[in-house]
Design a protein around this ligand. Structure first.
Ligand code: ZN
Length: 98
């Protein structure tokens, strides 16, 4: 009905060469998730690039590779004016399977 759910392509003023920056960060981090929890890196396959400190600093030192799950978690923690991500579920389990 309303257009409120059409925000999936919204970006916070990413630079024109963002695709190149993003690729370089993923390469630098070897596509490993840099999410640190309990003293260990998640290290799962990362295909997202996260701003360590939210804002318009797109330098490599402020960017890190994250897996889709952790990028969603971090984005929701930061607010990002996107409350819709709070209900994001990485896997669906059907109780009847076990
Ligand atoms: Zn991760």
């Amino acid at each position: 009905m309303s257009g409120r759910w059409q925000g999936s392509t919204r970006r916070d003023e990413l630079p024109a060469d963002w695709p190149a920056i993003r690729a370089a960060v993923l390469e630098r981090d070897r596509h490993r998730c840099r999410w640190l929890e309990g003293g260990r890196y998640c290290a799962r396959w990362a295909n997202q690039v996260d701003h360590i400190r939210p804002g318009n600093d797109h330098s490599p030192t402020n960017l890190q590779a994250l897996c889709a799950d952790h990028h969603a978690i971090k984005s929701s923690r930061e607010g990002n004016a996107a409350p819709r991500v709070s209900r994001w579920r990485p896997t669906e389990r059907h109780p009847g399977l076990l």
